[in-house]
Write a protein that binds this ligand. Structure first.
Ligand code: GCU
Ligand code: CA
Length: 137
């Protein structure tokens, strides 16, 4: 099943402001993270079983430089992402990531690793493989 988690909807956390000045976002706004490595966007996502989930992060980056981030799941960095320039702040794109989730509630944090911070983040769509246990061993 795929569930959408909007960046502006609690319990999501945006270290910055929820803005709506760039068109094309879903819901009522998007996360404009502060420009710096300590800012982040965090989502609380649910999985009915432990396993690998596919995350689709909708973002816009109106600069010509990619903005990089660590993907931090339940406090551990599980991967990285590079959010390339999309051409304009009102041009949105989707970045697909794979993350390991545990059964129940998980936090997924996009934690920027360069001084530009994150791109603007609209939402994440999380597709969990219900009933597909994570391989052990
Ligand atoms: C501009 C833009 C913001 C964006 C910011 C940034 O100020 O209006 O939406 O977040 O650049 O560089 O991060
Ligand atoms: Ca910003």
């Amino acid at each position: 099943a795929t569930t959408r988690y909007e960046a502006e909807a609690s319990p999501a956390v945006c270290t910055g402001t929820i803005d709506s000045n760039w068109a094309g976002f879903s819901g009522s706004g998007f996360c404009n993270g502060d420009n710096g490595t300590s800012a982040y966007a965090q989502f609380t996502v649910n999985a009915s079983a432990a396993g690998t989930a596919t995350l689709k992060v909708r973002f816009a980056n109106g600069t010509t430089s990619a903005r990089a981030a660590n993907i931090v799941v339940n406090g551990s960095t599980t991967g990285t992402a590079s959010f390339e320039g999309t051409g304009a702040w009102d041009t949105w794109a989707t970045k697909t990531l794979t993350v390991p989730l545990r059964s129940g509630s998980n936090t997924v944090r996009l934690s920027p690793t360069t001084s530009g911070g994150l791109p603007n983040i609209d939402y994440v769509d999380v597709e969990t493989g219900d009933g597909n246990p994570q391989p052990t061993g």
